[in-house]
Design a protein around this ligand. Structure first.
Ligand code: 13P
Ligand code: SF4
Length: 319
């Protein structure tokens, strides 16, 4: 505890000294969420992390999250230094969508507008027409459908399937999944709901369709937070990374939140509702990179202008 306090003090001091600001995702450790907010940064979803990093005056950004978030920050602000506690913090969606295979897939379908989820490498973004996050995917695909576009969607097949079901758009899918959300189970969720009949079910759309079908509210991390505040209930079952529980509980002290069931216990399931890559972020890592300048995110300058186009489009659409 004393060590945690000392690390936090050190980070507060170094953030000031280095003209740095910290941006955290809702899935990282509560310490990093609270510290980001307390020191003038934010904790948010991936869309708002991108916007905040772009608009903030600080010369150095500390991104507590996963690699695609650091890369997006760098693409939007190549002149800034972007540091991450651990550069190996990746994402199963990014890993499952290598640029060469993805490019070949796009080449086979030149008549389709390429819509790519934020959870991808800079090179995959550079091959796309539009970037989306889970908080704006529905609106962007609806708008494209209204203009007659046929869509090539990558990489999350569950989110893609949900958007297709909601919009009726003509969509062709890449076969990717998030190892965290893919583990939520519908049958066990129904059983838990029977134990708490008054509870509302909140689901991130990276979850399987049978789980989404049971939801009272479906949406990005920020949409889940909003639903918990607005829905008329005192109990909630939450199907997203358990990192989210910190903000849900602090903002709603009178309400009870249960974790949605996953495939197994910690011995059998791969992630157990907590992203192993998000978990690589910690106080010691943040202090280390601030002190040493280690773990700077690099994106090939040759692809930055092309990768930036779909991100700018998304940010303009959602402004
Ligand atoms: P959002 O924060 O955009 O909902 O994304 C969730 C996610 O999977 C980040 O890893
Ligand atoms: Fe990727 Fe899933 Fe982890 Fe988010 S929670 S970073 S989508 S693996």
């Amino acid at each position: 505890e004393a060590e945690r306090g000392a690390l936090k003090d050190k980070i507060r001091r170094l953030l000031k000294e280095k003209n740095a600001v910290m941006v955290s995702h809702y899935y990282v450790h509560p310490d990093l969420q609270d510290l980001a907010e307390e020191t003038g940064g934010i904790v948010s979803d991936s869309l708002e992390m991108a916007r905040f990093g772009r608009d903030h005056a600080a010369q150095t950004l500390i991104v507590s999250g996963v690699r695609f978030m650091g890369e997006t920050a760098k693409i939007l602000s190549p002149e800034k230094t972007v540091l991450m506690p651990d550069l190996d913090a990746t994402c199963s969606l990014d890993l499952g969508c290598p640029e060469d295979e993805f490019s070949a897939f796009c080449d086979q379908h030149p008549d389709r507008t390429v819509v790519v989820y934020a959870n991808t490498s800079a090179a995959v973004k550079a091959r796309s027409d539009w970037l989306v996050t889970s908080s704006c995917a529905l609106d962007i695909v609806s708008a494209l459908k209204a203009k007659g576009h046929k869509i090539l969607w990558a990489p999350d097949r569950h989110l893609g399937g949900y958007i297709q079901q909601q919009t009726g758009a003509d969509m062709l899918f890449w076969n990717g999944a998030c190892i965290v959300h893919d583990e939520f189970k519908a049958l066990e969720l129904e059983q838990l709901k029977q134990e708490h009949p008054g509870a509302k079910i909140l689901v991130h759309p990276e979850s399987p369709a049978e789980v989404v079908a049971l939801a009272d509210a479906v949406g990005s991390t920020s949409a889940i937070l909003k639903a918990a505040q607005e829905l008329d209930a005192t109990e909630f079952i939450v199907a997203t990374d358990k990192g989210m529980m910190h903000k849900l509980r602090t903002l709603n002290p009178g309400k009870t939140f249960y974790e949605a069931p996953t495939a197994g216990n910690s011995a059998t399931c791969k992630s157990c509702a907590h992203c192993p890559w998000m978990a690589m972020n910690g106080l010691a890592g943040v202090a280390h990179v601030l002190e040493t300048g280690a773990n700077a995110v690099h994106v090939d300058p040759a692809i930055i202008p092309r990768a930036r186009q779909p991100i700018d489009r998304m940010l303009a659409f959602t402004a």
